[in-house]
Design a protein around this ligand. Structure first.
Ligand code: BGC
Length: 400
């Protein structure tokens, strides 16, 4: 008894000394003038944007001291705009999307929402857990778009109104996806948090829990174009992905199951490479990217990060040599779906009334491998009761 109390006292004193030491050390590191300098806080405001089934849709604006501004909504978790400066200090929008809520309500093309429960494709919309086969809604592949499931199904998370609130200068949105929704088992409680830091990092954090085993693969389906306000196509922008392998796909963009090295192929982005540099190479996988019957072709594949361990790491970057804008992607996810806007054809009208032409944006989606529930050798995507799904990605902007 005495020994325990005595030990405790020693520990408390030691801890106290250590903490005061840390404080002294930190204090010593802050230059005298800086200590009194006040950085304006991150501001977050909300405005009513629309209404669905009598419930308010909000557009939230996050802004940091450098003027970087991000708008997000509780409708589908859409990121509506990201304004960052070019090398002349001109702030422009670096993501695709629309001006009004009504256009987001009718969005055909996943222009910036949270996608799930399972972002990307699940073959035949089917999988098995503990001997039970689940049939999901199907919305993709074949002449009737009904062979596979893509991005959560007919009415995925992007077509739902989430509960939105501002908490500690962050925007938090919550959605309860009920047992059986789009065919998925279990009630899945999802929380997504959007935040901005003073170093031009925009972070999206994801959390989910379930009461039955279910696949979960959440991501943001934002299309980037660093030219600003969609001035040019993305072919001249340089992409880097720290990945040695991709998952090759079949004609319906379902992974064949193989893991193929990028070395010596047009898929080698280990060093920054212009998106357009090798996109027209005769290559069977590039052809698949547009769908085998398509004249388009291009990248629409999953790159597997070489040194994934679940911690936050810079795994990819995009750079526009004309504007000087650079974006790095720091993520806890194991892979990146890079879709080069192959199907864009000018038929969708975006912000400012501008048509979204071929390759006027690319989707860079940190996530798990497509069709994981059917490919046992891919990293696990099944969330079980009692577990917490937790992941995050930071899109960080700078100038080069
Ligand atoms: C997919 C593409 C699809 C696009 C829009 C991407 O995530 O990989 O195949 O066309 O989303 O739906």
């Amino acid at each position: 008894m005495f020994t325990t109390t005595w030990k405790k006292t020693v520990w408390i004193i030691a801890l106290g000394l250590a903490l005061s030491g840390c404080q002294l050390f930190n204090h010593a590191r802050v230059p005298h003038e800086k200590a009194h300098e006040k950085v304006p806080p991150i501001t977050v405001s909300q405005q009513k944007w629309g209404e669905v089934d009598g419930q308010a849709v909000y557009l939230y604006t996050l802004k940091n001291a450098q003027g970087m501004t991000v708008k997000v909504s509780n409708w589908g978790g859409y990121v509506q705009s990201i304004l960052v400066p070019d090398r002349h200090g001109k702030f422009e929008d670096v993501i695709l999307g629309y001006d009004t809520w009504q256009e987001y309500y009718n969005d055909c093309c996943y222009s910036g929402p949270i996608v799930g429960r399972f972002g990307n494709r699940i073959a035949k919309g089917q999988f098995e857990i503990d001997g039970v086969t689940y049939q999901l809604t199907t919305n993709n592949g074949g002449p009737n778009n009904n062979i596979n499931q893509l991005h959560g199904g007919l009415k995925g998370l992007h077509k739902r109104l989430w509960q939105g609130q501002i908490v500690d200068n962050k925007v938090e949105i919550n959605y309860l996806s009920i047992d059986g929704e789009e065919g998925y088992p279990g009630n899945l409680a999802i929380k997504v948090t959007f935040s901005l830091d003073q170093n031009n990092g925009f972070k999206i954090s994801y959390q989910a829990t379930t009461d039955k085993k279910t696949p979960v693969n959440l991501t943001s389906h934002t299309y980037f174009n660093l030219s600003g306000n969609m001035q040019r196509d993305v072919e001249g922008q340089k992409l880097q992905i720290i990945a040695e392998q991709i998952t090759p796909v079949d004609h319906l963009l379902i992974p064949t199951g193989a893991l193929v090295p990028v070395a010596g192929t047009p898929f080698d982005f280990r060093q920054p490479m212009k998106i357009g540099e090798k996109i027209r190479t005769h290559d069977q996988q590039l052809k698949m990217g547009g769908g085998v019957d398509s004249v388009f072709g291009g990248y629409d594949h999953n790159w597997l990060f070489s040194d994934y361990d679940g911690s936050m790491k810079v795994q990819a970057s995009l750079y526009d040599p004309v504007s000087g804008r650079h974006m790095s992607i720091e993520t806890q996810e194991p892979a990146l779906q890079f879709y080069a806007g192959n199907f864009m054809d000018g038929s969708v009208i975006g912000k400012g009334g501008k048509p979204v032409e071929h390759r006027y944006g690319i989707a860079l989606e940190p996530q798990h491998y497509p069709d994981s529930p059917n490919q046992p050798h891919f990293p696990n995507t099944i969330l079980a009761p009692g577990e917490v799904y937790q992941t995050a990605t930071i899109y960080r902007f700078s100038l080069r």
